[in-house]
Design a protein around this ligand. Sequence first.
Ligand code: ZN
Ligand code: ZN
Length: 393
Amino acid sequence: MISLLPGIQNSSWYNYYFQVETSSIPAIILNTMNKDNFTDEDVFVHLSHRPTRILQGVISTNDSTKPSFKAIEREHHSSLGRLSRLPLEILHETLVHLDIQSLLCLSHVCAQSKAIVDSIPIFSKLATHASHIFTIFHQAKILNLHSISTLYEALQSDRCVSCGAHGPFLHVLLASRCCAICSMVNQSLWVTSLPLAMQAFALTKEQVGSLQVMWSIPGKYGIVGRISRQQSIRLVNVRAAKVLALGDMSMMDWDLLHPLDERNIPTADKLALLQWYRAAPLSGLRRDPCTINDVNVGGTDRFCEMGVVPFPTLVDGAVESGLWCRGCKMTYDKYIAGMDAVTLSRLIPKGCDDRRFLFRMTYKSWSKAELVKHAKICCSAAAVISEERSSVG
Ligand SMILES: [Zn+2]
Ligand SMILES: [Zn+2]
């Protein structure tokens, strides 16, 4: 797994982040109803939801035209030969370093090899809990990109590689987990077309040959605003393109050598996008992405959501897919309808843009345990639960 933040879970800002969640955001302490008015069950039944506006903005997982793996199956009539003499444990330890494509090929060698592949514990867990990624990797032509041990490592984590908060998505090129907000505001997680990457980072055709490439999957994309993308094109990761361009140089030195030629860039939007790519951070955001003010990149050349897919977590034997808070949505709606300055001053961390902060909180996902904690300090949680209870009662 590529980590944008090596050692993230031990860093002081990571700890700070979770202190923010529980104490430093004064805002959220506005929950005026007694936190004991609702139970954990109420939180899961009435407060949590999985908004389609977010889940349908990334790579779709409910494609009815799932391809079979026939395209990559091989007709073999050989046996495993000497491999079959190895103890099963040793075979398992070795085979987890293979990618999905190699394992699927191996499983088609003979009945014995199929039984061995099927018996690899982490392969079986991936197939049980996250089989959709096999289909998606097949469509994106990246079945040979990651080992199953790397993918299993991502399955066992629930943290965003960029901010350390809950991450409900898998970045398919990086095999790292990310959250909905970082997938939008951290351009290091974005994917982009090969021509744009070449233009932004002055890369040659020879250079881009070493970049990991995925084929986009036709569909509609966009967590905020949907765009139809029916043509399959090659996509690369923005951060990987930047790292390749820089080599050993600092960004400042490299930028002086490769200034953007504005005469060859037709629109201000495109210029802004290329500059945005160039500004991609090489490490994580190091802060709660809800509190970032200076991100406002739009336009039709956004490909960012085309590289991420909903991905469950398997932590301590429990499978979760991430939950969102209806209370935060209600708070945002109240803000749009009009909110007094005193309430706002309690809700918004110092220095943050009101609308952006509250809007992004509606995109924030939580594990079940985190949502229970959050519900106790979310200012609209009790109101939502009360409303939902009365509507079903
Ligand atoms: Zn994040
Ligand atoms: Zn909330």
